[in-house]
Design a protein around this ligand. Structure first.
Ligand SMILES: [Zn+2]
Length: 411
């Protein structure tokens, strides 16, 4: 079995040119014109590879290589092609285009799968459009209800129904959820998005656990006024309340008692946004994660408590919303072992590790036994245009994925 490294790299480069931004910057927000063109590009490759295509009501794309025993639960792989603003070309894409190449290589080798092998291109792994990540896989795993999903709105107030129509999705959202054990296994190939594999010169990471993400939205309403005429003692500055809350996030993450707690205020907007005007409103989005749910939840409560105290003291009205509070995922020990053994047999170095970023795998773990294959990326950079994995690193990842799919599909 031979992965065609140069064909795969050409396809990665081609997909990177389908972007809302000026290349090399990649931006593909869910169901934007670039995202739709990217989806068409991938569907075309799947068709050329002889895969049977289907799309569900939220736009998850399924491409199946039908196995000899059609009634057995298929083995499935996949990732995403949407990209946050100002991103690079490897996040998600390696797991989609790498999987197509893995399937093509297996087909060319003459392999016949007993179980069907399926690729999923998940809808909106990135939270850019609706503020919630992994929209497609959350619905597949039943972690997000169709009623709640229907209420999602983007910044312009356009709801999921609007965007679903734009994306050409058909059917009811309630039909997206998959029954438990619909698949026999899920394996996602992905760049590490961290520095460990590169630093330790290891080719493959095998994920045993995915950190528990959570996020908060905070709306602050103070009292605006002229920056010259409103004296300091009477001010109810929503911007300053937001600034203090951001510091409280840092404090809670640093003092949680777990070295794995990370807290970030990634969105912070103030209104009216004029140099001579006291901010009357502020909007924050906060991301908080940990490998342990206990310390994560304690830090989350501490942030919420701090926000209440700060706003009370400053006379600022506070509205707080938990967008998601997810548990960590424990990966399937048997799958982790299988991939370790494949790496050993192929004389490719590997390491068992934790994923600190979340992925669609977190929610596919609700459907079937799950793990991930990581490959190194330059300095651990991700979500930025200089994100990079070498063709040789990607080839190794696609190769191990192909071996794993073939093994599980034969069982
Ligand atoms: Zn990703």
């Amino acid at each position: 079995m031979k992965i065609d490294q140069s064909r795969l790299q050409k396809e990665i480069d081609s997909l990177a040119l389908i972007t809302e931004a000026e290349p090399p910057v990649v931006t593909r927000v869910l169901f934007s014109e670039a995202d739709l063109r990217g989806r068409a590009f991938v569907k075309n490759l799947c068709r050329e590879a002889g895969l049977v295509l289907r799309e569900d009501a939220v736009g998850n794309i399924f491409a199946r290589w039908v196995g000899l025993e059609k009634n057995l639960p298929p083995v499935v792989t996949g990732s995403h092609i949407d990209a946050i603003p100002n991103a690079g070309k490897y996040d998600g894409v390696v797991g989609v285009l790498g999987a197509i190449e893995a399937i093509r290589a297996l087909k060319k080798s003459g392999f016949q799968p007993k179980r069907s092998i399926e690729l999923i291109v998940f809808t909106a792994e990135e939270p850019t459009r609706f503020g919630i990540g992994c929209l497609g896989s959350r619905l597949l795993g039943g972690v997000l209800s169709s009623e709640k999903a229907a209420q999602l709105k983007d910044r312009a107030g356009k709801n999921l129904e609007f965007w679903r129509k734009r994306g050409g999705c058909k059917g009811k959202l309630a039909s997206v959820k998959l029954p438990k054990n619909f698949y026999s296994a899920f394996v996602e190939l992905h760049i590490e998005q961290g520095p460990i594999l590169e630093r330790e010169k290891i080719s493959i990471g095998i994920v045993e656990k995915i950190a528990a993400p959570s996020s908060l939205r905070i709306y602050l309403t103070g009292v605006g006024g002229h920056a010259g005429a409103t004296l300091m003692p009477g001010r109810r500055d929503a911007g300053l309340a937001g600034a203090e809350i951001s510091l409280a996030v840092e404090h809670a993450a640093k003092n949680s008692g777990s070295a794995d707690t990370v807290g970030t205020t990634g969105i912070f907007r103030i209104e009216p946004g004029a140099v001579n005007s006291v901010p009357c409103r502020a909007y924050l989005e906060i991301d908080l994660r940990d490998t342990q749910v206990k310390t994560r939840d304690a830090a989350l409560k501490q942030i919420e408590k701090a926000a209440r105290t700060i706003c009370k003291r400053r006379g600022v009205k506070l509205e707080m919303e938990r967008v998601n509070v997810d548990p960590p995922a424990i990966c399937d020990a048997a799958l982790v072992k299988t991939i370790s053994e494949i790496c050993r047999a192929e004389k490719i170095s590997s390491k068992i590790m934790i994923s600190r970023a979340y992925h669609d795998s977190l929610f596919m773990a609700e459907v079937c036994p799950t793990t991930m294959i990581f490959i190194p990326c330059f300095k651990g950079y991700s979500h930025r245009p200089d994100e990079f994995s070498s063709p040789a690193q990607i080839e190794k990842g696609a190769h191990i994925l192909a071996e794993c799919l073939a093994l599980v599909a034969s069982r």
